[in-house]
Write a protein that binds this ligand. Structure first.
Ligand code: ARG
Length: 471
């Protein structure tokens, strides 16, 4: 088979080299974007009178036919034609004759592949932003149901201070909102039209790049032909936003896995999002969470792969860049499936209220409140800390919680204790005294739920509003 670039070659490509250099196995995924880009390029060529409008019509209808072939599964890809671009171009020429060969005027695969990749990442960023919004809504719904669920908050995985479970869940929503912002921030840098850069040096033809951009819905065109074909920083940003998202979700999954254990017993996951054991009949395993935690590794790895790919590349395009696709495709697939499964798992989860007796019996959750009580009586905080520490040591000896210390016992620790200290040692009142903005009091948690609810209702068009052109 004659290669589209075969003119200067006398010998056939070795089969080993054919297999080694082919990307069609995975870049065929870009077919719809490749055709969309080619149609726009072709219309622009006609508008600029580089090709005749009758020729453009033939090319466009040929491309539309090829799109249908892909959609119906009848398009046959050929590894010898290396990639999606040459497979489509060869089919076009088969379908409409030599005039199909005019499509590639003023264009190179170097700017073409970059365009396809940008169109792809633009669409996938939109899908992921929607996925994060859906997952955040599932978190918010669980937070609403669990405003009155008091749980121990932990530091060092040791019981620290009581909080509302809603507050704990909302911490993840804050992370998700920032994750969503990171994708939205990166979006305008994806949303740039590179066609017209050709191989690296632009083109001799008087192309109307703004027109192509308009046809494809790009608010901006690239400003330097070498940069446009040679960089993939937009893909790195996408993978970086994905990696941070996965780090957050992996933390949440770790907690879900702990919370499902008999030791914690805070949550019951639905049968629909758990799996069984092939040997132990009693088991119901949180595999959705475990797999998500596990899959974070490949998403981090994909980011590393792209950074390493870019590092040390001389200007402008190098074939190394063909290796950009698989890590990005894998990131997209992983992140989208993780967002779906996390949303399903969370929507169908049932959180339990930890028994009050257990919360009071273990961990001295209100010890800091006792110290703060002493501070309010005028004791310097360091001394208050010391007195409360002694109270904890005494309780450990006596095997009782702080709230069960009698007034006599308290007074041996500090003579001016009064009955009102007991108000400070109760869980609910402890939480509600943390009424600082950002704290876990009922008032603050409810107010934040309402703010987030509004944020999550922001329309798609407002989220993706293009900020206009950079100078
Ligand atoms: N398949 C290539 C890629 O993904 C397309 C560009 C190839 N350009 C070239 N001159 N070999 O990067």
């Amino acid at each position: 088979m004659k290669k589209p670039w075969g003119g200067r070659f006398k010998e056939a490509t070795d089969d080993i080299m054919v297999r080694f250099s082919a990307s069609i196995g995975y870049d065929q995924r870009l077919y719809a974007y490749d055709i969309q880009g080619s149609i726009a390029h072709c219309k622009m060529l006609a508008k600029c009178k580089v090709i005749k409008s009758t020729e453009a019509k033939k090319i466009v209808s040929g491309l539309q036919k090829i799109l249908k072939e892909f959609e119906s599964g009848t398009f046959v890809c050929d590894e010898k034609l290396e990639d999606i671009h040459m497979n489509i171009e060869r089919r076009l020429i088969d379908l409409i004759g030599p005039v199909g060969g005019k499509l590639h005027t003023g264009r190179s695969r170097n700017d073409q592949v970059c365009l396809d990749f940008r169109l792809f990442l633009r669409a996938e960023t939109e899908a992921i932003v929607e996925g994060i919004t859906r997952l955040s809504k599932a978190f918010l719904a669980q937070a609403r149901k669990n405003v009155d669920t008091i749980v121990p908050g932990y530091t060092h995985l040791q019981r620290a201070q009581p909080v509302r479970l809603a507050h704990h869940l909302l911490a993840y929503v804050e992370m998700l909102l920032r994750d969503r912002d990171r994708f939205l921030d990166a979006y305008p840098r994806i949303n740039v039209m590179p066609l017209g850069s050709a191989a690296l040096a632009g083109t001799n033809f008087p192309l109307d790049r703004e027109y192509t951009a308009k046809l494809l819905g790009f608010p901006e065109i690239s400003h330097n032909s070498m940069d446009a074909v040679g960089d993939r920083d937009f893909a790195i940003e996408f993978c970086s936003a994905s990696a941070i998202l996965m780090a957050h979700l992996s933390r949440f999954c770790e907690e879900i896995i702990l919370w499902c254990s008999s030791e914690f017993d805070w949550v019951e996951l639905s049968d629909a999002f758990t799996t069984g054991s092939s040997i132990m009949p009693q088991k119901k395993n949180p595999d959705a969470a475990e797999l998500t935690r596990g899959k974070s590794g490949r998403v981090f790895g994909n980011l590393m792969a792209l950074l390493t790919l870019l590092k040390s590349l001389p200007m402008a395009y190098n074939r190394d860049l063909q290796e950009d696709k698989e890590p990005v495709f894998d990131t997209v697939d992983t992140v989208k499936s993780v967002l779906d499964v996390m949303t399903g798992m969370l929507k169908t989860a049932r959180f339990k209220k930890p028994a009050k007796a257990d919360l009071e019996a273990k961990g001295f959750l209100t010890a800091t409140d006792m110290a703060d009580y002493l501070v309010l009586q005028g004791v310097p905080f360091r001394e208050a800390h010391e007195i409360t520490g002694k109270a904890v040591a005494y309780c450990l000896e006596q095997n009782k919680p702080l709230g069960e210390l009698g007034m006599e016992e308290l007074k041996t620790l500090w003579p001016r204790f009064r009955e009102d200290v007991y108000g400070y040692l109760q869980l609910e009142s402890s939480v509600d005294r943390k009424d600082v903005y950002g704290g876990p009091s009922k008032r603050r948690v409810q107010a934040r739920i309402n703010q987030i609810d509004k944020k999550l209702k922001t329309s798609r068009s407002a989220l993706f509003k293009t900020k206009g052109r950079r100078p």
